[in-house]
Structure formats: C-alpha cells, structure tokens
Design a protein around this ligand. Structure first.
Ligand code: ZN
Length: 320
C-alpha cells in the first residue's frame, strides 16, 4: 500500500475571469470562456474541499482575471477579482498567487500589493528587498519549500513610469523586438521577447539563489511556481520568461529543486530537464469548454509528486 503523502495541494492556472461573453485568443482560433471560468473555479474548489487527505494549500498560477475587465474600468476589475477571491476563500487553506500579465493589465503593482493577490507575507523577510516584487518562499510541510517567483519583476507592466526596472525592461524589449507591436513575435530571433512576457530582476535571481542554497544545506525539496515557463520544452517557444536561462542556471547550480510549475501557455506542456527537474506548464481554465475543467491535486511523497489531473489536465507521476 502507498504510504500517506506528506501534503496535498491544488493547482490551477489562467482562470482569466471576466463577466463577459465568450471571445477568442489573439490568433482568433481559440475560444475563451470568460464567464464560465468562474464556475470552473468553483467546481475545482468543491473538489479540493472533498479531497482526502485534505489539500493543505492551493497554487493559483496567475492570470486570475482577464485584461478585458480593465477596459471597462477599475470598478469592473475590482469586482471580478473579488469574485475570484471569494470563490477561493471557501477553502480554509492558504492560496499562493503568482502575478501574471493579466493581473498587471488590470492593476499596478502598488494596487496588487494592497489586494488579496498579495500572498507574500508582510514584513519582507521571506522575499527580495523590493517590496513590490511578488516573490517569496515558505515551508508548507517539513522538508518541503515553496518558492513563488515573480516573472514580471522586469517588465513595463505595472511599474511606475520612470522607475528603473520599467526603463530597463523597455530598453531590453526594444533591443530584442523591432516589431511595431511589441506583443508580436513574428520574425524575431528570440520570439519570447514580447511584451506579454517578462523577466526576473538580478536582485530577484540573487535572492532565489540564496533561498536554494539554504534548502540545499537543509536537505529540503523545493517546488518553484511562477506565471511564466522557464524551460523551452515546457513552452511553445514564445511563452517563456525573457531571461529564463538565468533562472534555469540558478536552479541547476543547486540540487534541491524538484519541480517548476507555470501557466500562461493555456495548452499545457511538460518536460524533464537535463538536471532531473520536472517542468510542468498547466492548461488554462479560460480556454477550457464549460463541460470540462483544468485543475489538479498534487500529492507530495518522499521521492515523487503525483498529480491527479481533472478535465484537460492529465494525471502524472514525477519521480525525483
Ligand atoms: Zn499570462
């Protein structure tokens, strides 16, 4: 008989809720079910609540509400976010939120830092020095550490005009992307340099390296989560953090990371990298038909993670 898992947790990505009729992706080919996504979230919460053993926490991998809300004004964005957070609050467990591009289409970082999406503990000791960088770590079970990365730390989105990181991000983006529309990857040597992706500041990478050093020294296993994939094989080649190589180099210079969880892609992807790290990019709720779903429950064992997927997300066993 399988021993009991150390802990179980829920995973979900790209809910992109808006109280709006169905629409399509930028290519015009994929249907987006903006309004249904909230019902799919509620179904996920109901199933997590019924899990035995119970889930200890939930990872919301970013893009919880759609950029559409912002076009209808700040009140609409706040109402949409409230409904998503209320659906999650039915569970009596912590929810760790990644900030994605769609959160940043709706709110500035200053606003997000005052919202229910700020899951980084107040006080700052668990994160990088910049209080507006939404990265942090915590230990949800003995021997296990969760690291939340902020993949839009280096991005023009959400940063104050004139701020150093915004200027650095714009310089980098314009250097790599010569298209008139900076969201267009056509013809680029490095097609992931688009405005709907972002990157990690050096300060965040330095902090990340320090956290992994601590976990190595304490024989912990580390699960990393963020909105953007950081491995090209867990991506379509476009949906990737700008400086994913730098993040991968930090992971590969330590032994403790077992899995990297991301969203953003909507189609989902998976690879086991050359250093034995699992990279799992989850299917997005917003492009999931109302009769299906896209979420999972992850069970953490001594030597593996077992994902019980629902709807579009497949079951998976990831050994380490
Ligand atoms: Zn996204």
């Amino acid at each position: 008989m399988q021993p009991a898992p150390r802990v179980a947790f829920g995973v979900i990505a790209d809910i992109q809720f808006a109280d709006a009729e169905d629409g399509h992706d930028f290519g015009g080919t994929r249907r987006r079910y903006y309004r249904h996504s909230l019902r799919l979230l509620r179904d996920a919460v109901r199933e997590w609540a019924a899990e035995r053993p119970p889930v200890g926490f939930v990872l919301q991998l970013g893009d919880s509400i759609d950029g559409l809300n912002a076009r209808r004004g700040e009140a609409e964005a706040e109402a949409a976010l409230r409904r998503v957070l209320e659906a999650l609050a039915v569970l009596p467990v912590p929810v760790h939120h990644a900030w994605g591009n769609h959160e940043l289409y709706n709110f500035s970082r200053v606003q997000l830092a005052r919202s229910g999406l700020r899951s980084r503990p107040a006080g700052g000791s668990a994160g990088p020095p910049d209080p507006l960088c939404h990265a942090y770590h915590c230990s949800p079970a003995a021997g296990l550490r969760l690291v939340v990365l902020d993949a839009y730390d280096l991005s023009p989105l959400g940063r104050e005009p004139g701020s150093a990181l915004r200027e650095e991000a714009l310089r980098l983006l314009r250097d790599k992307n010569h298209n008139e529309d900076l969201n267009n990857p056509a013809g680029l040597n490095e097609p992931h340099f688009v405005a709907f992706n972002g990157g990690f500041s050096q300060a965040q990478l330095d902090w990340f390296s320090d956290v992994l050093k601590f976990s190595d020294e304490n024989q912990e296993k580390v699960i990393v989560m963020g909105h953007l994939p950081i491995h090209p094989y867990a991506s379509n080649g476009v949906c990737l953090a700008w400086n994913y190589e730098a993040a991968l180099a930090v992971i590969h210079s330590h032994r403790c990371v077992v899995c990297v969880l991301a969203g953003h892609l909507h189609d989902g992807a998976y690879c086991l990298d050359s250093h034995g790290v699992h990279h799992l990019t989850l299917e997005g709720v917003v492009e999931t038909p109302p009769e299906s779903n896209a979420f999972g429950t992850m069970y953490v064992y001594e030597d593996k993670l077992i994902l019980k997927g629902r709807g579009r997300i497949a079951d998976r066993v990831m050994h380490f």
